[in-house]
Design a protein around this ligand. Structure first.
Ligand code: BES
Ligand code: MG
Ligand code: ZN
Length: 481
């Protein structure tokens, strides 16, 4: 169930109240006895305690002190984090709703606090027999903040919902979510939000000669799909569309280069890029942003099979490039390459792809950010990186130096799909670059796409990373930033 955020202009003595502030001098008068205030002063100032709770029998009162920070990005993140901590406490007390009071006139920060609560309050209970018992009690947050705009609250609810939709898709096992089911789920998102959707079936994919997607799919008993979502409102302010491309590998066994040990365990998440793109299109169309945006999601599983593609195969891709296969576990770039060359037909303003592409990206920076690269998109990259700071899905730019391209030279075909042992995230991007001729940004989300255990405001499983990022990027286009 979604946690809904509301703006309120009043609250009563029986509401559970959360007071958020950075300095005790801003505490609202009349709520606490002198003794209680002295207690808070002592423990907050001297002992750095930043959380207090008071059981008033008919309601709870929580006091949350947030560290003062001048830098906006880290400040908003602190509010999200404090919100996510309060989420467990509120559910621990079986509370249904909270009123969060903005004592310091910081509407953006208060909204971030609610965002942290709501993002953390997500649950995936579809496969729990006793789901009702496990359901979090908390389902509503009321923000008492005079200068908070209603429109921002509405948009935040869309962002939370879209992130949850993305997480649901990522958390679904392949036993349910094969490529065809994935495309149907995206169809349903499109229908709910009002954007257009078209699903290309295997026959159509064959007629388009998408050799990369078809090669990976050879090892599957299920057909591939290629989903196209489009939001093109009449008042679109851009002439050329923004195109988002998402990796939709619904399960990655590695194929004939089968993954060993536990490295296969979480590979239902290998469509997290595709899910993020679909959920972003859903968010943009729900918010009716006046921007023309297209989402492309090629999907299949990557498995072993009597007829699976093998190393040494030479694949003719959608754009005619002949690719020498080096390792069947480097499958994502095969389907992304086809989608990237397909994107040329839209004459795009910019293409951004999102993919759980390489273990190399995760090893390089861990789960704290997104490995990102760009070609011919210096300014757009700066704007996307700014969005990354806004939503705290930060980008780390890696170089796209021409020397890396030499790793992909093939003796027998036009290009190899895999480079050497070093700089795997970069050589993957250099391979993808080959299929582009437009301003291009590549996002490798292998690190932050999935958490094995609850981290910050990410419950175990799919994080929904890149949905808030891409939405913020398009949102800022409208605001004229
Ligand atoms: N889906 C994986 C990348 C991945 C690894 C995502 C871990 C999330 C967590 C990708 O298809 C893959 O298997 N990459 C291999 C490539 C290698 C065989 C060259 C990798 O990075 O190990
Ligand atoms: Mg793989
Ligand atoms: Zn993969």
């Amino acid at each position: 169930m979604q946690t809904i955020i509301h703006k309120t202009s009043a609250y009563s003595d029986t509401d559970n109240l959360v007071l958020v502030l950075t300095e005790i001098k801003n505490m609202k008068s009349g709520l606490f006895s002198e003794q209680e205030l002295d207690y808070m002063k002592e423990y907050h100032s001297k002992h750095k305690k930043n959380f207090f709770s008071f059981n008033r029998m008919v309601n709870w009162v929580f006091v949350v002190f947030v560290e003062k920070e001048s830098e906006k990005s880290t400040r908003l993140e602190s509010y999200r984090l404090e919100g996510s901590k309060l989420q467990s406490i509120a559910n621990g007390h079986k509370l249904n709703s909270l009123v969060v009071a903005d004592l310091e006139n910081k509407p953006e920060e208060i909204l971030a606090f609610a965002e942290g609560i709501a993002l953390k309050n997500y649950q995936f209970l579809k496969y729990k027999s006793k789901a009702v018992e496990k359901l979090n009690s908390l389902n509503a947050i009321y923000l008492f903040s005079e200068n908070l705009g209603n429109d921002l609250v509405d948009v935040m609810n869309i962002i939370i919902d879209s992130t949850s939709q993305c997480r649901n898709l990522v958390n679904e096992p392949v036993a349910f979510l094969n490529a065809v089911q994935f495309s149907q789920e995206m169809g349903s998102l499109a229908q709910q939000s009002g954007c257009k959707v078209e699903v290309l079936n295997k026959k159509k994919i064959e007629s388009l000669k998408m050799g990369g997607l078809l090669a990976v799919n050879k090892g599957s008993v299920d057909p591939p799909t290629f989903t196209i979502m489009e939001w093109k409102p009449e008042n679109a302010q851009n002439n050329k569309p923004y195109v988002f491309v998402g990796k939709g590998v619904v399960y990655d066994t590695g194929g004939m280069n089968i993954k060993t040990g536990s490295s296969m365990n979480d590979m239902k998440m290998d469509m997290a890029g595709g899910a993020a793109v679909a959920s972003t299109l859903y968010a943009i169309s729900r918010a009716k942003l006046p921007v023309h945006v297209i989402g492309l999601i090629p999907a299949t599983d990557n498995r072993t099979h009597g007829n699976a593609y093998v190393n040494g195969d030479i694949i003719s891709m959608h754009d005619g490039t002949k690719v020498e296969v080096i390792n069947t576990d480097a499958e994502g770039r095969m389907l992304l390459a086809d989608a990237l060359s397909y994107a040329k037909k839209y004459n795009p303003e910019l293409v951004i792809d999102v993919a759980t592409l390489t273990g190399s990206a995760m090893r390089a920076i861990g789960t704290y950010g997104i490995v990102a690269m760009q070609c011919k998109a210096v300014n757009e990259f700066k704007k996307l990186a700014k969005s990354g700071e806004n939503v705290y899905e930060r980008l780390v730019e890696f170089p796209m130096w021409k020397e890396y391209r030499e790793d992909l030279n093939s003796d027998i075909a036009d290009i190899k799909h895999l480079g050497g042992a070093n700089a795997g995230a970069i050589t993957a991007a250099k391979f993808l670059e080959h299929f582009t001729d437009y301003p291009y940004i590549h996002l490798d989300i292998a690190g932050p796409a999935y958490f094995e255990k609850t981290t910050k405001y990410y419950p175990t499983g799919g994080s929904g990373v890149a949905v808030r990022l891409l939405f913020n990027f398009i949102w800022n286009k409208v605001a004229g930033n």
